[in-house]
Write a protein that binds this ligand. Structure first.
Ligand SMILES: NC(=O)c1ccc[n+]([C@@H]2O[C@H](COP(=O)([O-])OP(=O)(O)OC[C@H]3O[C@@H](n4cnc5c(N)ncnc54)[C@H](O)[C@@H]3O)[C@@H](O)[C@H]2O)c1
Length: 475
């Protein structure tokens, strides 16, 4: 469903009316028009800082250089030395920022992994305060910190704990022109996962992701973090449930764009829509109700029939049957629990028991911000979506030794048939009350899922990433 207000305020008449009435104008987000490119930052000036020289500063400099960014530093910044040393070691050129001469940076990366006390947090102010008055639209901000468990003492843990609050506030301040701000918490020793996470966060593939914390914990056992390659899913077999329409169809399209062969699953009643979606991307239609007791075994057989194992599975199919708890019939509870949760658990168990996953397989589940904050009338739905978050966390520990990773995406308000059914006032509030003042599109979820399914997220495991434009409703 289209956001008519967003479209109108970006016409010339709409702009004049909005200006005359002093109405806020939601930004037009710059989304990816094609797959991941090696030199994705070829036209970008990236301002970089670091609280000290170390493996993170080195990884940041190397990553930005391999993306083709022009790396800039502030001449007067305390965090200059760490970056200069990292650049010298990597033989990468850095130059002094020309932002004062009207060439502002559109990428900002600050490594504060060495911040170990309250005074060290001054770097956040020194780095961002002089620069944020003239940030171009759709710019990208990433701060990198450490998880609390990695800190050497309580003071360092306290300093690192400031970062989620800082980034969430910065995201709220900078979203008005489509700029996003996110935090990567990298575990010590997992620095080789930084480039993949930066490639996602610093690109138009993450246009609707802001105010989020992504843990980079390291690849599962036996999995190597591969060097970047274009079309990274070439040769991979991917299953997407609920692929006939909405978010699932977009996921299938973006996975195929990155090279995967997609087996699209949907209810037999939706076979013709599913067939059309799959034929448009050269995929394989698999009409199957995921609540079928043998759904996992049947999917394994379809994959084997294509001569392979399942490299990626995206558990996207989901339903709502909203009723206040006091009025909810038992079958509505059971139905939502089975489609959104029971079917996922059964299917994965069968695929694991049947050895149907390929080496280094990636499982991605779809949660919801409703599962984080809850919604009146959605006790059944929110219970399942909350359970998915716990499930990926628990299963990541179980599957780590098998080289399989599992993560979740929690969508916010996304323009689909599901949200078109929301009453008009609630829908308008849900859209506007986000840092980016709009709902997301199915492709935003598809991009995040594809990131999680790709080698770019080799270091991410057991995580749930919200893709919601930092929505205030349901979160
Ligand atoms: N749209 C949003 O704003 C939003 C927000 C948060 C989470 N989500 C989640 O995203 C996922 C996709 O949502 P959507 O908005 O595209 O929904 P949708 O209703 O447009 O599409 C869901 C698809 O799943 C299929 N499906 C349902 N039950 C099935 C079953 N038993 N077997 C096989 N296929 C089945 C449907 O036929 C449909 O094609 C769901 O898990 C949903 O809970 C959506």
């Amino acid at each position: 469903m289209a956001d008519k207000i967003l479209e109108f305020v970006h016409t010339s008449t709409g702009k004049q009316i909005a200006a005359a009435l002093g109405l806020p104008v939601p930004p037009m987000l710059k989304r990816a028009k094609a797959g991941y490119a090696e030199k994705s930052l070829a036209n970008s000036n990236a301002l970089v800082g670091a609280s000290a020289f170390g493996p993170v500063a080195s990884a940041v400099v190397k990553a930005l250089d391999s993306m083709g960014a022009s790396i800039k530093v502030s001449a007067d910044l305390a965090g200059l030395d760490g970056i200069k040393q990292a650049a010298a070691k990597a033989k990468v050129d850095v130059s002094i920022s020309q932002a004062d001469n009207g060439v502002p940076e559109n990428v900002y990366v600050l490594d504060v992994t060495a911040a170990a006390n309250v005074a060290d947090l001054r770097l956040l102010y020194d780095f961002f305060n002089p620069r944020l008055r003239k940030v171009p639209s759709n710019s990208r901000i990433v701060v990198i910190g450490r998880p609390r468990g990695d800190c050497k003492d309580a003071l360092a843990e306290t300093a690192q704990s400031s970062l989620p609050g800082f980034i969430r506030s910065l995201a709220k301040e900078s979203g008005k022109n489509g700029t996003t701000a996110n935090l990567i918490q990298v575990k010590t020793g997992a620095e080789n996962g930084i480039e993949g996470a930066l490639r996602f966060f610093l690109s138009p593939h993450s246009a609707f992701v802001t105010g989020q914390v992504l843990p980079v914990v390291g690849a599962p056992k036996g999995v190597k973090v591969a060097a970047f390659s274009e079309k990274p899913l070439t040769g991979k077999l991917a299953v997407v449930t609920g692929a006939a329409r909405g978010i699932g169809a977009a996921i299938a399209e973006v996975l195929a764009r990155e090279g995967a062969t997609v087996i699209g699953v949907d209810r037999p009643a939706d076979e013709s829509t599913l067939g059309a979606t799959m034929s448009s991307i050269g995929g394989i239609a698999c009409p199957l109700d995921i609540t079928d007791a043998d759904a996992g075994k049947k999917l394994a057989a379809v994959a084997a029939g294509k001569g392979g194992k399942i490299d990626i599975i995206v558990h996207n199919a989901g339903i709502t049957r909203d009723k206040m708890m006091r009025n909810m019939a038992a079958h509505l509870w059971d139905m939502v629990l089975d489609v959104n949760l029971g079917a996922i658990v059964r299917c994965n168990d069968q695929l694991l028991a049947g050895d149907a996953f390929g080496a280094n397989a990636r499982i991605v589940c779809i949660s919801s911000i409703g599962g984080i904050a809850g919604n009146a009338g959605q006790t059944n739905y929110a219970a399942t979506k909350s359970a998915v978050i716990g499930y990926v966390d628990a299963m990541a520990k179980q599957l780590e030794g098998k080289g399989i990773s599992i993560n979740a995406i929690a969508p916010g308000f996304i323009e689909t048939q599901m949200t078109a059914a929301i009453p008009v006032v609630t829908r308008e509030v849900a859209r506007r009350l986000s840092s980016l003042s709009q709902g997301g599109l199915p492709v935003d979820i598809a991009e995040a899922v594809t990131f999680m399914a790709s080698p770019l997220a080799a270091g991410v495991n057991g995580a749930t990433l919200r893709v919601c434009g930092q929505n205030l409703v349901g979160a």
